[in-house]
Design a protein around this ligand. Structure first.
Ligand SMILES: Cc1cc2nc3c(=O)[nH]c(=O)nc-3n(C[C@H](O)[C@H](O)[C@H](O)COP(=O)(O)OP(=O)(O)OC[C@H]3O[C@@H](n4cnc5c(N)ncnc54)[C@H](O)[C@@H]3O)c2cc1C
Length: 599
C-alpha cells in the first residue's frame, strides 16, 4: 500500500459517503463518468509517487536562494511541474472553454491530494494557480480571461495571491498598497507585499499576481479595498509577453517548512510604473478575494489532512516493523521482542492519528463536494442551503485539520522514538510543513473569531440551523442501528451543548459585552470542530455498518477499522466538547482580564 494515502479510503469517501457519481447527471459534468474520475485520480497517484515524493527531502534541504537577479530552485522541481502540466492537472477543475478538464471540484481535490501528500510545498504552486484561475474565471472580464486564465490553465503562467503586507496580516483593513487610476484604464500599483508564496520563480513564463490594494479617496477600512490583476511581465493584446512590470523581489523569507515554494517580499512600482487592472467592482476586492480565500482555505485543510495522513501511514509501517520490548504479562527476558504496534500506547497514538487524518480528509472532501453542489444546483432554496452550509463549514474545514492533524504529526514522530526526531525519516519534515497550516489563510485565532463573531449568527443563525439539519439527518439514519447507539447519544448531547453555548454567547454579545463573548473564541472553534468531526465519524460508522453487510476480504478490516476509529473519537475526543463548552458558558474572563504587566 502507498505511504502517501489510501486509495480505498478515497473510494469510500467519493462513492460511499458522497454521491459523487450523481454529479455526472448535471449538465456541467455530463461529459464525465466514474471511470474518468478513477483514471484521473490513479494518474495523479502515479505521478505523485514518481515525480514528487522522491524529491521532497531534497527540496526541503535545498531551500530557494536569490542571487540578486535570479531565484534558484532544485531542477527536480521544474521536472515535477512539467510532468504535472503535461498531465493536464493545472486545468483539472477549470472550465472546458479555457482548456480545462472541468472535472468536479471534489474529484480534483481527491486527485491533487496525492501531490500534496507527496510534497506539499511543490504542490503549492499549482494549488495557488488553481485558485487564481477560479477567481479570474468568476470575476474577470472576458479579455482578462483570455489574457490570463488560458495561459494559467495551460501551465505557461502561474498565479499568486497578494493580500498580506508587513504591517497588515490578520487585519487586512490596514493594507497600504495604493492603486492610482490612469486615463488609459489601468492603475498604477505602488507599495510592498509580504509573505507572497510563489511571488518569484522561473518555473513559469509569467506570474499573475492577484493583488489587494486601495484606490485613493475610497472608503476607509475593508470597504476601500479593490482587487487587481498585476502580471510580472505585461501581456500584449496578441497574448505575447511584453515589458517587465516593475515588480521587484526584495528578498526571500527563510521558513521552517514548506521549503519547495518561494516566499517573497515584493515591491510593486519600484524603479518604474507597475500596471494593474481592476478585477470585479471597485471597492469590492475583499468580497471577490474571499472566493479565492475560501477555496484556498479548503486547500489548506486538505494539505493539513494529507500531511497528517501520510505521517500516519509512515508511522504505521514503522510500528509494524520495529521490535521493541515485551507485553506487560511476558516476564521471560529471552522471549522475542514484539513489534511496537502491539503496545496499547502505540495503538492509542495510531488511533489518534487515524481518526484525525481520515476524519479531516473526509470533511475537506465533503466541503469540495458542496462546492460542486453549489455550482450545479438549480433549485434556489436548495442552493441557498448549500451556500450557508459551505459558509459555516469552511472555517472548520480549514482550522480543524490544521490544528488536530498537526497533533497527529506530533504523534507520528513519537511512534518512531529517537528515529522520528532525525532526518533519516520524513516525519520531522512533515511536522515542520504542517506547522504552517494554523498560521496562513487566517490564523487559528482569527478563524475562531470569524466563526463565533460572524458565521454562527449571520442571517439570524441561518447557517448554523442548516448545519443542525444535516446533523439531524445523520442522527435519523443511525437511530435504529443498535451498534451505533452510543455515538448517537453522544452526538445528540454534544449538539445540544454546542447549541446552548452558542445561544448564551450570542446573548452576551447582543447585550454589548462583545469582548467577553469573543474572549475564548478559539476554544469555541475547537469545540464546534469536534462536534462537526463527531458527525463525520458517525457518517463513517454508518457507511461502514452498511458496507460490512456485504464485505469480503480486506474490506472487512477496512470497515472494522472505520468503526474502531469512530469508537476512539467518541471515547477520547468527544468528551472535550463538554469540557470546553463548560468554560465558555461560564463566560470565563481569565485571559481577557489578565493585566499585560503580569507577564
Ligand atoms: C509560509 C507563509 C506563506 C504565506 N503565503 C501568503 C500568500 O501567498 N499571500 C498572502 O497574502 N499572505 C501569505 N502569508 C501570510 C499569512 O496569511 C499571514 O502570516 C497571516 O495572515 C498572519 O498575519 P501576520 O503574520 O501578520 O500575523 P499577525 O496578524 O500579526 O498575527 C499575530 C498573532 O496575533 C493574533 N491576532 C492578530 N489579530 C488578532 C485579533 N484581532 N484578535 C486576536 N488575535 C489576533 C494572530 O492570531 C496571531 O496569532 C503567508 C505566511 C506564511 C508564514
Amino acid at each position: 500500500m502507498s505511504l502517501l494515502l489510501n486509495s480505498r479510503d478515497i473510494d469510500f469517501n467519493l462513492y460511499e459517503l458522497l454521491d459523487t457519481e450523481a454529479l455526472t447527471r448535471t449538465p456541467r459534468y455530463a461529459e464525465h463518468d466514474r471511470a474518468v474520475f478513477d483514471a484521473v485520480i490513479e494518474a495523479a497517484r502515479v505521478l505523485a509517487e514518481e515525480k514528487f515524493a522522491p524529491f521532497a527531502a531534497k527540496l526541503d534541504a535545498n531551500e530557494p536562494t536569490f542571487d540578486g537577479k535570479h531565484v534558484h530552485l532544485p531542477a527536480e522541481l521544474a521536472e515535477a511541474m512539467e510532468a504535472y502540466i503535461a498531465g493536464g492537472f493545472m486545468g483539472i477543475a477549470a472550465e472546458a472553454d479555457y482548456g480545462g478538464m472541468q472535472l468536479p471540484w471534489v474529484v480534483g481535490q481527491a486527485a491533487c491530494a496525492w501531490f500534496a501528500a507527496a510534497d506539499v510545498s511543490a504542490n503549492s504552486y499549482p494549488l495557488i494557480t488553481h485558485s487564481a484561475i477560479n477567481l479570474l474565471s468568476e470575476f474577470g472580464t472576458e479579455e482578462q480571461k483570455q489574457r490570463y486564465v488560458e495561459p494559467m490553465v495551460s501551465g505557461r503562467f502561474f498565479g499568486t495571491m497578494c493580500l498580506s503586507e508587513p504591517q497588515a496580516g490578520s487585519s487586512l483593513s490596514d493594507i497600504q498598497l495604493r492603486a492610482e487610476p490612469t486615463a488609459q484604464g489601468h492603475y498604477l500599483i505602488k507599495g510592498t507585499k509580504m509573505w507572497i508564496s510563489g511571488g518569484e520563480q522561473e518555473l513559469s513564463e509569467n506570474i499573475v499576481h492577484l493583488v489587494l490594494a486601495k484606490i485613493p479617496g475610497g472608503p476607509p477600512g475593508v470597504k476601500g479595498i479593490s482587487l487587481f490583476v498585476v502580471p510580472k511581465i505585461r501581456v500584449n493584446d496578441d497574448g505575447s509577453l511584453g515589458e517587465r512590470n516593475n515588480i521587484q523581489l526584495l528578498g526571500l523569507n527563510h521558513k521552517m517548512g514548506f521549503r519547495g515554494i518561494t516566499n517573497t517580499v515584493l515591491n510593486f512600482g519600484e524603479g518604474g510604473e507597475c500596471h494593474g487592472w481592476l478585477v470585479g467592482p471597485m471597492h469590492q476586492g475583499l468580497f471577490c478575494m474571499f472566493q479565492m480565500m475560501n477555496e484556498m482555505r479548503i486547500g489548506i485543510g486538505m494539505a493539513a489532512a494529507v500531511l497528517g495522513y501520510t505521517a500516519y501511514l509512515h508511522s504505521l509501517r514503522y510500528a509494524r516493523e520495529r521490535p521493541q520490548g515485551r507485553l506487560p504479562l511476558e516476564k521471560n527476558p529471552n522471549s522475542p521482542q514484539v513489534p511496537i504496534i502491539q503496545h496499547a500506547d502505540i495503538k492509542r497514538l495510531l488511533l489518534a492519528q487515524k481518526s484525525a487524518a481520515e476524519g479531516a480528509f473526509s470533511l475537506v472532501l465533503h466541503c469540495a463536494w458542496l462546492i460542486d453542489r453549489q455550482r450545479t444546483e438549480t433549485d434556489t432554496d436548495e442552493k441557498r442551503r448549500i451556500d450557508l452550509l459551505l459558509d459555516i463549514l469552511t472555517p472548520i474545514g480549514k482550522s480543524w485539520p490544521s490544528e488536530f492533524c498537526l497533533e497527529g504529526n506530533k504523534h507520528a514522530i513519537q511512534i518512531l522514538g529517537g528515529y522520528g526526531y532525525t532526518r533519516e525519516f520524513p516525519l520531522e519534515r512533515l511536522y515542520r510543513d504542517a506547522r504552517l497550516n494554523p498560521i496562513h489563510e487566517g490564523t487559528h485565532g482569527i478563524q475562531g473569531i470569524d466563526l463565533l463573531g460572524r458565521k454562527v449568527s449571520i442571517h439570524d443563525g441561518a447557517a448554523f440551523k442548516v448545519l443542525l439539519e444535516e446533523y439531524h439527518k445523520t442522527l435519523a439514519e443511525s437511530a435504529d442501528v443498535p451498534e451505533l447507539a452510543e455515538y448517537h447519544a453522544a452526538l445528540t448531547a454534544a449538539i445540544h451543548t454546542i447549541s446552548e453555548t452558542t445561544a448564551a454567547l450570542d446573548a452576551l454579545r447582543a447585550s454589548g459585552d462583545v469582548n467577553r463573548a469573543l474572549a475564548n473564541a478559539t476554544l469555541y472553534l475547537d469545540a464546534f470542530g469536534h462536534v462537526v468531526m463527531g458527525w463525520v465519524w458517525l457518517r463513517h460508522a454508518l457507511a461502514a455498518q452498511r458496507g460490512l453487510a456485504k464485505a469480503e476480504g480486506s474490506d472487512v478490516d477496512f470497515y472494522r477499522g472505520k468503526q474502531n476509529a469512530c469508537r476512539y473519537f467518541y471515547r477520547y475526543e468527544m468528551p472535550k466538547v463538554a469540557e470546553r463548552c463548560a468554560l465558555l458558558a461560564r463566560f470565563d474572563d481569565t485571559c481577557l482580564a489578565t493585566d499585560e504587566n503580569w507577564f
